[in-house]
Structure formats: C-alpha cells, structure tokens
Design a protein around this ligand. Structure first.
Ligand SMILES: NC(=O)c1ccc[n+]([C@@H]2O[C@H](COP(=O)([O-])OP(=O)(O)OC[C@H]3O[C@@H](n4cnc5c(N)ncnc54)[C@H](OP(=O)(O)O)[C@@H]3O)[C@@H](O)[C@H]2O)c1
Length: 260
C-alpha cells in the first residue's frame, strides 16, 4: 500500500509542483487548498486527494485532521507549505526622521490605527507560519507515529536568519517556525524527523518586473531562478535520510556569501 503525505497550500506554484511530483512518485498525496485555482484541476486529475482548508477560519484544523484521518490513518510526512508573504504596513514617517524632530509624533487616533494594522499583520504571519504548523503537527502526531517512519518538513525562508526591513513580521514568524523545528525534532525523535527547508528566491511572481527580477537574481551567487524542482529534490533528500533531523536546509544559491 502507498504511503500518505499531507501538503498544505498546494493549489499553486511550489506546493502544486511538489504535490504533483510526490504523487507521480507513487505517494498518496493529500493537498489542502483555499481557492479554486487552476492547480486544483491538475491535482484532482493526477489523483491527489484535495481538502478545502482556510487556516484563517475557526475549526479549520479540526476539520482538516478529521479529513486526513478519514483518508489516511498513518502519515509518511507533513509538508508545511502554506504561506503568506505579507509586507509590513508603511509607516507615516521615515525611521531616520524620528530622531531628528518631533514633527512625526502621531495623534492617539493615528497611533491606534497604526497599532491595529501592525498587530493584524503580525498575528496573521505568526498564525500561518508558526501556530498552524505547531497545532497541525501535534494534532496529527498519532498519524505520523502510526507510520513507524515519518517526517515533518516546514518550508521557511532565507530571511529567518537575516531579517527583512520590509517584511519584519513575516521574517519573525519564519524564525519562530524554525525554532519550532528544533523543539519538535527533540521531542519526536527517533520516530519522526523534523526539518525545515529555507529557500531564498525560488520563483518570481507574475507581476515582478524586469528591474526587480534582475536585482533579485544578483542577490545569490548562482544568479538563477531555480524553480520548484529544487524543493522536490530537497524533500526527497530528507525523506530518504535516516539521520537528518532538527536542521534548516538552506536552499539559497549561496546567497549568504554574496557580499558586496
Ligand atoms: N517562491 C519563492 O521564491 C519562495 C522564496 C522563499 C520561501 N518560499 C516558501 O516556499 C513555500 C512555497 O512558495 P510559493 O511561492 O509557492 O508560495 P505561494 O505562491 O504564496 O503559495 C502559498 C499557498 O499557501 C496558501 N495559504 C496562504 N495562507 C493560507 C491560509 N490562511 N489558509 C490556507 N492556505 C493559505 C495560499 O493560498 P491562496 O492562494 O488561497 O492565498 C497559497 O496557495 C512557501 O512557504 C514560501 O514562503 C518561497
């Protein structure tokens, strides 16, 4: 009988490619989707079991765990792929100007509005990148243990280790996810290996212009857009290993060495 793998947020791009590739390798793939995108038809045509799941809805994880368990009492792996690359809100003043004068002091109403916006973004980032993987992994632990040999793989991001000036909340949530990988690997060994894959650029978004693309490509030593297959290769590397756990695998084209 085939082994089952759950992958979240798989109706497009990297998640879609991974789900289709793992299905083609013979796994029973369970994929979550939030919107009925073109990828959903591809998944269904390939025999991937698709489960609607909007992690922002209350009881989404309860419903997902029930749907997964109805399909697969034992799980070979969970791949936490669902993500939202939300930028921080733009502040009304430049940071440098804050120290120079008091012109930028906000009214209580403006502060209130800014705090509400910032808190909303911060909570959303922590929710999808840290809380959801934490809750889902723990809720599906019996299914993973039932398999005898199981993996939890979290897609994180290069920025977890270097921060980001425009995606601070996002970067912090990725660092939280990587820390959870450390704790979970300690708790779940030797039955379950827990690792993260931290990509820098994998694929551009459709709206990225030529200037942005050129600038982004120059950030890594390899200076290429590697595509989703690099993630599939790394997932397979982790699945095949009997010894790698509690690690963050960098998938960044040597970006950490690309000093000016
Ligand atoms: N692409 C890159 O260059 C790159 C670089 C570094 C790291 N990564 C990481 O690699 C992974 C895949 O990247 P990608 O570019 O394929 O990501 P993506 O295009 O942004 O896709 C993420 C998926 O997660 C789903 N999702 C987001 N919030 C959700 C929620 N609250 N409930 C349910 N589903 C939700 C999205 O659904 P909707 O379509 O409904 O929003 C989408 O299908 C992500 O974890 C990403 O952060 C990618």
């Amino acid at each position: 009988m085939s082994e089952s793998i759950l992958i979240t947020g798989a109706a497009q791009r990297v998640g879609l490619h991974c789900a289709l590739a793992l299905r083609a390798q013979g796994y029973d793939v369970i994929a979550t989707y939030r919107q009925d995108k073109h990828g959903l038809t591809q998944l269904r045509d390939a025999g991937v079991h698709c489960v609607y799941c909007d992690f922002d809805q209350p009881n989404a994880i309860v419903a997902l765990v029930a749907a997964v368990t109805a399909k697969a009492k034992s799980l070979r792996a969970i791949i936490h792929n669902a993500s939202s690359w939300q930028a921080d809100a733009v502040l009304p003043c430049k940071a440098a100007a804050l120290h120079a004068n008091t012109d930028n002091i906000l009214s209580p109403a403006q502060i209130s509005a800014q705090l509400a916006t910032d808190a909303g973004i911060f909570d959303a980032m922590m929710h999808i990148h840290a809380k959801v993987p934490y809750l889902l992994t723990r809720a599906l632990m019996p299914n993973l243990l039932a398999n005898g040999n199981a993996d939890v793989i979290a897609l994180t991001d290069f920025v977890a280790s270097v921060g980001s000036s425009k995606h601070m909340a996002y970067a912090a949530s990725r660092a939280a996810m990587e820390n959870l990988v450390l704790s979970m690997s300690r708790q779940l060994a030797p039955a379950i290996k827990v690792n993260a894959i931290a990509p820098a650029l994998l694929m551009f978004n459709d709206g990225d212009d030529a200037q942005y693309r050129q600038k982004a490509l120059k950030k890594s030593l390899m200076q290429c857009e590697p595509g989703s297959q690099e993630v599939v290769n790394t997932i397979n590397y982790l699945l095949a290993s009997q010894y790698i756990t509690g690690r963050v695998l960098a998938l960044d084209g040597g970006r950490h060495l690309n000093f000016p």
